[in-house]
Design a protein around this ligand. Sequence first.
Ligand SMILES: C[S@@+](CC[C@H](N)C(=O)[O-])C[C@H]1O[C@@H](n2cnc3c(N)ncnc32)[C@H](O)[C@@H]1O
Length: 213
Amino acid sequence: MRALRVLLVLLLAVWAFLFVYVVRWFRERFGRGGPMPASQAAELLHPLRPWIHPVQQMLDKFRLKPGNAVLELGPGPGYFTIEAGRMVGSEGKVVCLDIQREMISGLLKRLDEHGTTNAHPMVGDALNLPLADDSVDAAYLVTVLGEIPDRPRALAELRRVLRPGGVLSISESLMDPDYQLRDSVSDLCRALGFDVLDHSRQPLGYTMCFAAP
Ligand SMILES: C[S@@+](CC[C@H](N)C(=O)[O-])C[C@H]1O[C@@H](n2cnc3c(N)ncnc32)[C@H](O)[C@@H]1O
């Protein structure tokens, strides 16, 4: 009887392990299907992250210039925002739009700590950008696109707010469970009239830049 109970417990433990493993596999294979939980925001500021996402190098690729009006879509806790604010300078601005209020709260704190005054965080949805047509010179998304369920609509919104010739930059990382393949991103953007400007690699990922029609 005792042996049977031990066997049952063991079987339950194996089943629980397999269940967790399978759920994780599916999540990693098919994505979270929504925003990264704000409780994991600290992972985005990990001290080793500059190795896979060298901030200055990437913002140079995004072609941010002094005086630019920039949209950072899905800034999370602001890994890129401080440096982006510095690059556009006092004549420019970075609008940071995130769907999660907790992310925006963390970002506000970080901006305050760094004395960044030209970044403007707001809560909002990529599917309905609270910005006027042709109002931004550049927009960038780093590991965000895969979290948005209706990607064509989000990209159409980005096209609407970018001025003609404005630069859209999309970065993806293999570390992200919502990783988007380069060809899918390129096909979606081209279908909306964006022209490919260039493509570059980062360790474990890539950035694609497009010019808005
Ligand atoms: C994986 S995090 C990346 C954060 C930041 N870009 C970085 O690289 O550190 C994705 C962010 O996109 C935001 N996000 C997801 N879906 C969104 C949507 N529909 N509209 C705006 N932001 C969204 C999430 O809340 C989260 O802060």
